[in-house]
Design a protein around this ligand. Structure first.
Ligand code: ADP
Ligand code: MG
Length: 584
């Protein structure tokens, strides 16, 4: 409990007093809530014992006090919730903010290994998860602990004999409660969660399978597993409910059994000479106030569960954001020229058994184009991503203009490189914003020029609001190849001296491919280019073709040189020609 609170407290910022304040006031509120009962008891006792002399009694004072205390109680509870909500919102906001800050500094490659859905869930829902706990449960629990103690003290103080008698049902109820919440009698929680998880997994499986199920005209059997998981869950819950029927009934009876105990004890007391009016007034108080205990115990039971969930939420969030940012040079240097050199570069992904690429040495002179070719999984993407520091190399170094990329200011490095992937996504905003993304100050003329060069003009002309059309709105969805052209317009506008293309034409259909290639030729003109392409015709004209296999460079040279070697590239080329012939 304390540990979780400390962890949450770290997100509280400057106003650490808010939460203790809320909890403290909530305790006061718990006691204050008892006062009207006491006053009511005084009223009843006065009425019963005044014997016709009501005018001389402080009846009205009691009533007024009860009113004032009730109003004060409401006001106090308002303050309690105010404080706890301010604290909870601060924590929630700060958790989100800190997560976003840390993710912004995470290495770019980190996002490869995380599902976006999961990240969103953690940042968004898990921060929200702490809200219920801090804003509602925690302050309520303070009141729920203090109020029953206050009640017990009061019961014993007013009349110790009646007090002791009323302890009987309370002790009984606690015993049953202890039995029910004892983990030893209760491995249900785990079974329950398992069954729930299974059901949800089967549901996902089922929904995912619907197209297949329909295509193959299956019905009942495809339902079977999902159906079974539902039945299993149902049986479990019913069995659980039945199992606790008796103890739970016992608990309810015990916690509400005051009247049964109090009335006989009251009669006994009267038989032994107590004044009947006093005894009756006391019994009234006891019957009124005792249910406060049961109500509050229920609230306390929610605490442990919520505490657990809040802790899990912080845990998940901190695990996600514990990723170490790439180190920044304290004295960054500026690259004056843009030739790229990889010197004996090796890199291994976290948790991998062997290097994804090892001892890669290669040079891209300024203004030249180098192509990487090789089988899938040979390490091409990895090499390309080491240049803009998606990750840092394990050995060796990557230099731009002779300067180690680790010493170049991060912003500058990003400005100097345009990276086009095979599946770059557009944002759900206007095309103009999308194109302007990398260069917010660009004029509309510059944007239009980029649109023309990227061969996207005909896309824009077709859209209802031209450049201002929001992508994804009103059915304006672009095909993969069209999106890629818009992405290229963005890169053209950015006009960075280094261009890295990773399978930029991979998803294009034949018609698009031609346009994309035209766009690429504009983008790469006069630039230092590293190009990865599946279609070997695309790389044919490169100044240098580097063949990668198993993370190592196996040969390099121009198309003609490599063909003359009659080795790896020669084989790939022939196979490629065959596959193209097949398609035709
Ligand atoms: P290519 O682009 O040539 O297809 P990659 O550079 O993507 O090859 O992959 C090289 C090797 O590194 C492969 O064995 C691949 O499984 C592994 N790899 C790629 N990305 C990751 C990653 N994010 N985490 C772990 N291993 C990876
Ligand atoms: Mg790749």
């Amino acid at each position: 409990m304390i540990k979780t609170l400390k962890r949450l407290g770290a997100y509280m910022g400057g106003r650490k007093w808010l939460l203790p304040c809320s909890v403290g006031l909530s305790a006061v509120h718990g006691l204050l809530a008892l006062v009207p009962f006491v006053l009511l008891w005084l009223v009843v006792r006065t009425l019963l014992t005044a014997e016709g002399n009501l005018a001389q009694t402080p009846l009205w004072d009691y009533a007024l006090a009860a009113f004032v205390v009730s109003v004060a109680g409401v006001a106090l509870y308002f303050v309690v919730l105010m404080c706890s909500h301010l604290a909870a919102f601060r924590v929630e906001t700060n958790m989100r903010r800190r997560a976003m800050e840390r993710l912004m500094r995470a290495p770019l490659g980190f996002f490869d290994t995380q599902s976006t859905g999961r990240m969103r869930k953690i940042i968004d829902e898990d921060s929200a998860q702490t809200h219920t706990f801090l804003a509602h449960i925690l302050p309520d629990v303070a009141g729920s602990v203090v109020a029953p103690i206050g009640v017990i003290v009061l019961l014993l103080a007013v009349d110790w004999q009646l007090g002791l008698a009323s302890m009987l049902p309370i002790v009984g109820a606690f015993a049953i409660m202890g039995y029910m919440t004892n983990p030893k009698n209760n491995d249900f929680q785990r079974l329950y969660l398992d069954a729930q998880e299974k059901m949800s997994a089967e549901a996902v499986e089922y929904v995912r399978g619907i197209p297949v199920v329909k295509v193959f005209q299956q019905t009942v059997f495809s339902f079977k597993r999902f159906y079974n998981s539902i039945i299993n869950y149902r049986d479990l819950v019913i069995q659980y409910t039945l199992q606790w029927r008796s103890p739970m009934s016992g608990y309810i009876v015990a916690i509400n059994a005051f009247a049964f105990v109090l009335v006989p004890v009251g009669i006994l007391l009267m038989a032994h000479g107590s004044r009947p009016s006093v005894v009756v007034a006391d019994v009234v108080l006891y019957v009124l106030i005792a249910p406060v205990i049961s109500g509050n115990i229920m609230k306390m039971m929610y605490l442990s569960q919520n505490l657990f969930m809040a802790n899990e939420a912080v845990e998940r969030l901190e695990r996600l954001t514990s990723v170490v940012p790439l180190p920044e040079s304290a004295t960054p240097k500026t690259a004056e020229s843009f030739d790229i050199r990889l010197e004996q570069v090796s890199f291994r992904y976290e948790g991998a058994e062997r290097d994804a690429v090892s001892h890669i040495s290669l040079t891209i002179p300024e203004g030249k184009t180098v192509a990487l070719v090789g089988a899938s999984g040979s390490g091409k993407t990895t090499i390309a991503r080491l240049i803009p520091r998606f990750w840092d190399v394990r050995e060796g170094c990557v230099r731009i203009g002779g300067i180690d990329v680790r010493q170049i200011d991060r912003g500058e490095l990003m400005r100097n490189i345009s990276f086009v992937f095979q599946n770059t996504r557009l944002f759900k905003t206007s095309i103009l914003e999308n194109v302007r993304y990398g260069s917010p100050d660009a004029t509309i003329e510059q944007v239009n020029c980029a649109i023309d060069l990227s061969q996207s003009r005909e896309i824009i002309d077709r859209l209802p609001q031209g450049l201002h059309t929001v992508i994804g709105s009103e059915g304006t969805y672009l095909s993969g190849g069209e999106q890629q052209r818009i992405v290229l317009a963005r890169a053209l506008l950015k006009n960075a001296p280094i261009v890295v293309l990773d399978e930029a034409t991979a998803f294009a259909d034949p018609e698009n491919e031609h346009l994309i290639r035209q766009a690429l030729s504009h983008l790469t003109r006069g630039k230092t280019v590293l190009m990865i392409a599946h279609r070997l015709t695309t790389v044919r004209d490169a100044d240098n073709i580097v063949v990668v296999d198993g993370g190592k460079i196996v040969e390099q040279g121009t198309h003609d040189e490599l063909m003359a070697l009659q080795a790896h590239y020669y084989k790939m080329w022939n196979e490629y020609q065959k596959s193209v012939a097949w398609k035709l």
